[in-house]
Design a protein around this ligand. Structure first.
Ligand code: ATR
Length: 275
């Protein structure tokens, strides 16, 4: 029988993960099934337990359960410990292992798919919530010249900086409010706020991008106000679809020991009928 995997979240019905993993499985000839399972605030842990008891081998965890998955996992990778969140569970001989593949997903999309080097670059990370926790360590590990974390509530950006200080490896790591960014120019600006989801964006200064700068929105599938802002100011731009596929590929690798090709799956998801 095929090995069973699933994504759990709320809402999860429109998740692209089942399609992504089905493509990975087809490509690498792995015999597995992958479905979407909704859970409620009341029954998240029970739903995971039931899936595991029914022979499940692993799960992806999406909003709003990444922190609860972190607590549920008895053993965790160091990148999950850094992020305080788990997006990948692997059930191995009765033990629950938790990992976080979001950060490596972003880094691979930037460096490999978008050919955007990170070493020596000036990066602005917008937001200091769960999404930023997931990517801050892996971004710093790439050796940027500077990483500024900006947030509406500046105290949260300061706390995030302190948490990831040991990843800085000589990079200039600092916290700021959006209005403090005025004299600075960035090679890469990553939007990890949830503002795009409600059609908003942080109050950014006009001149934010260095020449040839890249705007990256972790939200995918739409032209967000932030990407529009960037485009009208001459920056390159990308949504987060590649990150979604790359974090899935890393989960797939963790579960199956095989690395799928991501480019054909990203191209497939970009086809107009799939959006
Ligand atoms: P997530 O886990 O998805 O990151 P979160 O922890 O609620 O969600 O964090 C949401 C982030 O988006 C925060 O950084 C939030 O800023 P505050 O900490 O100041 O609230 C940011 N955010 C949400 N809506 C925003 C908006 N309209 N403008 C600017 N920042 C916004």
């Amino acid at each position: 029988m095929a090995d069973k995997y699933a994504v759990i979240g709320n809402p999860v019905a429109h998740s692209k993960s089942p399609l992504i993993h089905a493509e990975f499985a087809r490509q690498t000839r792995q015999d597995l099934s992958y479905i979407a399972i909704p859970a409620s605030e009341e029954d998240f842990e029970l739903t995971v337990e039931r899936f595991e008891s029914a022979g499940g081998r692993g799960m992806n965890v999406t909003l709003p359960f990444k922190h609860r998955a972190f607590r549920l996992a008895r053993e965790r990778s160091s990148r999950a410990e850094d992020a305080l969140a788990v997006n990948t569970l692997a059930f191995i001989d009765g033990a629950v292992f938790g990992d976080n593949t979001d950060g490596v997903g972003l880094v691979r999309d930037l460096t490999e798919n978008l050919a955007q080097p990170l070493r020596g670059q000036r990066i602005l990370l917008m937001g200091a919530g769960g999404a930023s926790f997931g990517v801050c360590g892996p971004l710093l590990d790439e050796g940027p010249d500077a990483l500024v974390i900006a947030n509406r509530t500046v105290d949260k950006a300061v706390a995030l900086c302190e948490r990831f200080r040991r990843h800085a490896h000589g990079a200039r790591l600092s916290a700021a409010g959006y209005q403090d960014l005025v004299p600075m120019r960035f090679d890469i600006v990553v939007n990890a706020t949830s503002a795009s989801l409600s059609g908003e964006m942080p109050a950014l200064p006009e001149a934010l991008f260095a020449p040839g700068g890249l705007a990256y929105d972790m939200v995918y599938g739409k032209l967000t106000p932030f990407l529009e802002f960037a485009q009208t100011r001459g920056a390159q731009s990308s949504d987060g679809l590649g990150m979604l596929v790359e974090q899935a590929a890393e989960s797939f690798f963790l579960w199956r020991g095989v690395r799928p090709q991501t480019r054909p799956v990203i191209d497939l998801l970009r086809e107009p009928t799939r959006r």
